[in-house]
Structures are given as C-alpha cells and as structure tokens.
Design a protein around this ligand. Structure first.
Ligand SMILES: [Ca+2]
Ligand SMILES: [Ca+2]
Ligand SMILES: [Ca+2]
Ligand SMILES: [Ca+2]
Length: 392
C-alpha cells in the first residue's frame, strides 16, 4: 500500500458524508472479491508484484507493514506469499489501520463499504495448487524421471505455456505413488512419494511452483510403506493436518495421521474402512466431493464404475457409502485420476487420462456426482501420453 499523509477528516456541514466516513473507519473485513478488486487497482491483479517501488504483492504491502502484521509466518515478503496469505495479512492491516492504509484504491474499490469477511474454505482445500495462485494445477512425472508442473488457468484448462520443472533434475525416476498436500502446514503444497525400498519421503513446496531442492525428508521412520499402495493425501481426521492413507495388499484401507511437520504419527495406521473391501478399488483419489468440508475418497472398480465414499471427518469413511459418481462404467478407459477443484467453482472435480494421452476433466456437482455433460480437454492435444503418473 502506498501510505500517504492522511488529511484530518473535516465533518462540518455535510452530514451524510461524515456518516460515510465514520462507517469507513468501522469497516474491518472484506470479501475475497473486494480484495481481488483491490489487487487489480494496486498491482494490476499481480499477486507476485515486485516492481522495485518498495511495495510488494497484490496489495502493495510495504516491507515493514508485512513484517509488522505477522506476514513473515508465510514468507519474507508479501509477493512471495500466496494470494490468500496476503489477504489474511491484509485483513489484519485493515483492522489495525483502517481502509486508509490503501488511500487511493480503498476509495476507488469501495473497500470500506464491504463489511463481509473473506470466505476461504474452498481455496484453502486446494491440494494441487503448486504455485500458490489459488488455482489447481496438474503435475506429473515423465519417464526420464523429471517432475513437471502445468499450471491451471482456474477455468478447467491448463496454461499451454507451462510445463515447468518442479524439481531441478530427473531424480524422481525411482519415486512412485506421488501425492500432494500441505504436509508441514505452511500453506504451500508439498509432494510425498515412495522410494522402491518402501521409504516414504516428502519434498517441501516453496509455493512458487518448485520444491525445495534441499528437501526429500522421511515421513516415516522405516521402510514399512513398501506394503502400502495407492497412496492418498488429505486431512481425513479433520485436525487441519494433512494425512496419508493407502491400501494394503489384503484390501484394507489405512490412515496415517500427519503431525503437521512433514512426519506421520508412528502410533497411527487406523482403518479408514471397516473391512478389506478396497481390494477391488483402484485409482484412489481424495477430495471433498460433497462439499461438507470433510475429505472423501473416490476410486474405480475393475469394471470401470466410479464410486465415492463419504468421509466422516473423524478418520473413517461412512460404511453406508460407496455411491456412484458417474452413471455408467465409462471410467474404465480413464487412468491416473486426480481430484481437486480445477474450474474454480468451489466443487471438487476429477481429471484423468484417456489411453490416447488426452487429459480430460469431469466437473463435480458438489453432491458426490460428476456433471455428465462434462469431460472436457484440459490440454489441447494428447501430450499427456508421456506423463505417468500424475501427482494425485
Ligand atoms: Ca507445505
Ligand atoms: Ca489430519
Ligand atoms: Ca465430504
Ligand atoms: Ca470444480
């Protein structure tokens, strides 16, 4: 924000105007939409703005303001934090300093007139947002071991100019069962996966579309995950920390709860499901498919039926669930399923690859079913043929 000297408010004769100004002083929260307008006004909508003017990010925080209002819990400067982290700090600035902290844009946008609070839940649940712009991305491994990122446009398609390296070299050749979530609770999407010896590692996301090259740390003290396949990541027990679930070869689905620091609770390994019925289910993915704020599970039966199981938010799935997401067995031709809100409507979707390499998106209805009129290309050609697996 470009702080300027604030002129004393002169409430002399224009009573209505004075009322408006007093209202302005009382405003202490604003919606995401209003903050987006503010960023448009302050920084042309560029949440990563660092133009050398001494102000940073979409809301043009002075470095001292960012530090003073606690922004360094997320990043050293505002432009290095995510959009929603910037909004969280901006809310604190708004409470502390009032709309005048943004003297021009607050007036242009009408910041003071918006007294609603920002609603973050759907965006905070995006697991696959690797570059921190609030849009779900697709990442995956090439056969040479490189890990690439295609950034989402937020409308169900991917940026055709993208295909960035998440990792500086081809070291992911030996890593399988790749999943993504914020395992250390810093608001940035991380990656976890298994080495061939069963070691479970995690790589810290920097929130800018890359992983920390110094990371690749153990989530679990031994090679016990060699017996676990079809890994899933998400917060299954509702404590706000990302967990790992996976299938044993006997068909049991187990849950290892996250400690919030990149490790898993070694006392965990709970049954997500009461019996070994998951033996016939493949392509497991996790997201909140019915919009109740609790992480659900979806997967394919061998006949191509796509089912979902409702998460109860306590580390188990509703034993009465196992419902169809799609009316027929058309998903028999779809592989490498991934789930998140790719079109930005707040409802979890499913994407996957056809055997010809096309990457399609089926949009969620928010009730556990998918829109039967969907199945749109996320990418203009069949280039995803060479990507396997996608990070789920
Ligand atoms: Ca993280
Ligand atoms: Ca958890
Ligand atoms: Ca749910
Ligand atoms: Ca969606």
């Amino acid at each position: 924000m470009r702080r300027r000297i604030r002129h004393p408010l002169a409430c002399l004769s224009l009573a209505a105007m004075c009322t408006a100004l007093l209202t302005a002083q009382d405003a202490s929260a604003a919606s995401i939409e209003t903050w987006e307008k503010m960023a448009q006004c302050e920084a042309s909508g560029n949440w990563a703005a660092n133009t050398g003017n001494g102000h940073y990010g979409g809301l043009q925080f002075a470095a001292s303001t960012w530090v003073g209002f606690g922004g360094t819990v997320y990043a050293s400067r505002a432009d290095l934090a995510t959009k929603y982290q910037q909004i969280e700090i901006a809310e604190k600035v708004l409470k502390g300093q009032g709309p005048g902290a943004w003297p021009d844009c607050s007036v242009i946008v009408g910041l003071a007139k918006d007294t609603s609070s920002p609603v973050y839940p759907t965006v905070k649940r995006l697991r696959l947002d690797f570059n921190g712009d609030g849009k779900a991305d697709v990442a995956g491994k090439l056969s040479d071991g490189n890990l690439l990122l295609w950034t989402g446009n937020g409308n169900g398609t991917l940026n055709t100019q993208s295909g960035y390296s998440l990792w500086p070299n081809n070291g992911f050749g030996q890593v399988s069962d790749l999943v993504a979530a914020d395992f250390n609770g810093d608001g940035k999407t991380d990656v976890a996966g298994k080495l061939s010896d069963g070691t479970l590692l995690w790589w810290k996301g920097l929130g800018n579309g890359t992983l920390d090259p110094a990371s690749g740390w153990s989530m679990w003290p031994d090679t016990g995950f060699s017996a676990v396949s079809g890994l899933l990541a998400g917060d299954f027990n509702g404590d706000g920390k990302a967990d790992i679930a996976g299938k044993l070869s006997d068909g049991n689905l187990l849950l290892w709860t996250g400690n919030g620091d990149g490790t898993l609770n070694t006392q965990s390994g709970y049954s997500l499901w009461p019996n070994n019925g998951f033996g016939q289910v493949s392509e497991l993915v996790a997201a909140d498919f019915n919009g109740d704020g609790k992480t659900d599970v979806a997967g394919k039966l061998s006949d191509g039926t796509l089912l979902w199981w409702k998460g109860l938010g306590n580390g188990t799935l509703d034993p009465a669930s196992g419902w169809s997401m799609w009316p027929d067995n058309g998903f028999s031709q779809v592989h490498n399923l991934v789930a998140d809100d790719f079109n930005g409507d707040g409802k979890a979707d499913i994407a996957g690859k056809l055997s010809d390499g096309n990457l399609l998106l089926w949009t969620g209805n928010g009730d556990g079913t998918l829109n039967t009129n969907s199945g749109h290309g996320m990418w203009p050609d069949n280039g995803f043929n060479a990507v396997n697996p996608l990070i789920g």
